[in-house]
Ligand binder design. Sequence first.
Ligand code: TXA
Ligand code: MG
Length: 310
Amino acid sequence: MKKDLSNIKKSKYLLDKNQCIGIPTETVYGLAANAYSNQATSKIFFLKNRSKKNPLIVHYFNAKDLERDCKINLDFKKLYKKFCPGPITFVLRLKKESKISKNVTNGKKTLAVRFPNNKLTRKLLSTLKYPLAAPSANISSKLSPVSKQDVFEEFGKKLKFILDGGRSKIGLESTIINLCGKPQVLRLGGIEISKINKILKRKIIYVKKNKKISVPGQNKLHYSPGIPIRLNKKNPKKDEAFILIRKKKISSINYFYLTKNGNLKLAGKNLYKTLRKIKNLKYKSIAVERIPNIGIGQTINDRLKRASIK
Ligand code: TXA
Ligand code: MG
């Protein structure tokens, strides 16, 4: 507890000095910097080797803080009440007086925002005078990190500090919903669309591709362990790692189970961890069993598909 407090103090000290640090969230770890500072946010792009055209998600403590920078609407209020803090990101219109750095938005008039649900990160946000821009803490196109160790594997000593908040509980990125105009889901994530539909009392569509409000990089290789992945396979090839959704009677050294019982939420939580483990064991390729395309299974399949693009 005392250690947590001193780590939060250290995080604040570095962030106030325009440095980047790793922060825990319930989805994946983020690479965070002061969202109001050009100097701080430009470091994020440099460290991640990320295109400046790809805007960042900004993390707030609560809706009151958010209203300094964004216009909110009724749909936002309903979803915020139900899911926040939690794994959902809203795309909203920026206010004219917003202090968000141009690096964050790539000059656009919209901002992606979220309220992460991790105790330490919430405590940290509550002590800062600015929100935190934070993309996932991985080198662009690579696997997202779900622990302090994973972030260290990505950046090594280039990163001054990583706040340790334990394993990410959801283990998959947030669901992104665009609330400028007709609501649309832009990225599948930790909250199922059916749950959003229930709150908004209408069917929200998922737009994979939309030129006007594109999510840059969404169609390129992403979430990749850096080795080929083959999907919907019944068996692995010789020497290939095989990912299965639930434990089976047959087992082998190259079999990796996402869960004991096939629970899809748990499978989602274990996905990136398993992919990283396989990569670190130096397997040359991965086969994955068919994953049911329902609930969080849809998010898992989305990530695996993007990770398997050749
Ligand atoms: O769970 C998460 O969302 C994690 C944690 C760290 O919060 N963050 C995350 O950030 O996944 P990132 O940068 O890896 O993915 C954010 C996605 C990018 O594809 C980006 O293009 C899109 O959000 N995005 C950011 N601002 C946007 C905007 N104004 N309109 C549409 N898409 C936007
Ligand atoms: Mg990412």
